[in-house]
Design a protein around this ligand. Structure first.
Ligand SMILES: *Cc1c(COP(=O)(O)O)cnc(C)c1O
Length: 378
């Protein structure tokens, strides 16, 4: 293998010149130092329109957005919230912070996707909500979950922090859950360094969010400056999602038939790459790669790739393995989630807008490193 290392430019959500022009305008009209103004309003309108929603609340982070969504759903002390044992840690902690109990269930085999059958089996009289996260370019099974939630009168909270602009069953991610959240955190596909949003059609949910955040002023705000840098990113999102999706297909081709590692994609994305009006069906904040059982450890492969300049990181740690057992309930076996937490790695989107040749080389490096270790005797 060559000694080449990759020198990926840190991802710039917008070119420097464009940012400077935005800042010049914010200074000229004074909006940078206002509590609220035209940029926040425009962002809210754009998100409402894109998701065909009735209410959009902008806030300071995706984590804050999840807390607001849980509060809106009426989650309080004694309630239970079902989520995948393979999920973003702050979703679990948010439930605890409200005095409620996380109920961890399994994923479907070999995919970071919540298993709807396991969700239904976990429902108790205390269940208030289910968190359905779209992770690593794969879609949560919202149709099945909505049907179950409807029968049991529980609320679906859709976590679309990782796939803004993705199109699922003909609708954008964030359009289908009773509540949905977005993140504008520093590493995300849409970034203002920090920020988030909650979307819903339910006026009572929207009112609870307003009651919690408005304390004479907005206690968890998104600033005019943040909104102003997000607006042009929304204009370019669909095009960039298409580029990233094409890159993922190249990676998949380069890793196909490897005995050591595979790239995880949802079946819908495999059969219909791009829908007829040109909107990518998947959005990749991170791409999931699954190691096959063998000698190889994901941390070791990640470290070897990072040394090469390839942003391949370990996936999530399984929630039932990092928290005291008294803090949560489990329902059913968690073997699939446990396996993902041992064998799943994620490639950050900064790798995906690289030129094709660079991308193929990166894929070859990952494949070679994985296969070397897969069969290694050391
Ligand atoms: C990033 C992320 C969030 C929210 O993160 P913030 O950094 O608080 O904006 C929530 N859920 C998932 C799945 C995420 O990836």
């Amino acid at each position: 293998m060559s000694d080449e290392t990759f020198d990926l430019c840190p991802p710039q959500a917008l070119p420097a010149e464009q940012l400077l022009e935005i800042f010049r305008q914010l200074i000229a009209d004074g909006s940078w130092q206002r509590y609220s103004g035209p940029h926040g309003t425009a962002l809210q309108q754009l998100l409402l329109h894109r998701h065909q929603r009735q209410h959009c609340h902008l806030c300071c982070s995706g984590t804050a957005a999840m807390e607001l969504a849980l509060r809106a759903a009426g989650v309080e002390a004694g309630a239970e919230v079902i989520l995948s044992a393979y999920d973003f840690k702050s979703n679990f902690i948010n439930i605890l912070m409200l005095g409620a109990r996380p109920v961890l269930v399994d994923t479907v085999p070999d995919l970071p996707v919540l298993d709807p059958v396991a969700v239904e089996a976990a429902i108790s009289p205390s269940t208030r909500a289910v968190i359905a996260s779209h992770l690593h370019g794969l879609a949560a099974p919202l149709s099945a979950l909505s049907e179950i939630a409807g029968r049991h009168r529980i609320t679906i909270i859709e976590d679309a922090c990782q796939n803004p602009g993705a199109c699922l069953a003909g609708q954008p991610a964030g359009a289908r859950g009773d509540l949905a959240i977005l993140s504008f955190g520093g590493s995300k596909l849409l970034t203002a360094g920090r920020g988030g949003a909650v979307l819903t059609d339910n006026p009572q949910f929207a009112q609870r969010i307003t009651l919690h955040t408005q304390r004479g002023n907005d206690a968890w705000p998104l600033s005019e400056l943040q909104a102003a840098v997000l607006l042009p990113q929304l204009q370019q999102l669909d095009q960039q999602n298409r580029h990233r999706a094409a890159a993922v297909r190249q990676l998949q081709a380069a890793l196909a038939d490897s005995p050591a590692i595979s790239l995880l994609l949802s079946p819908e994305f495999c059969s219909t790459p791009v829908n007829p009006d040109g909107i990518a069906t998947a959005a990749f904040y991170k791409v999931a790669l699954l190691l096959h059982a063998g000698r190889i450890a994901r941390d070791e492969l990640s470290a070897a790739c990072i040394r090469k300049g390839i942003p391949l990181h370990p996936g999530f740690t399984a929630l039932h393995t990092i928290h005291a057992k008294s803090r949560f309930r489990t329902s059913g076996s968690l073997t699939n989630a446990t396996r993902l937490a041992e064998q799943l790695l994620v490639l950050h989107h900064s790798a995906l807008l690289q030129p094709g040749a660079e991308l193929r080389q990166m894929a070859n490096h990952i494949r070679t490193l994985a296969e070397l270790r897969h069969s290694a005797t050391w």
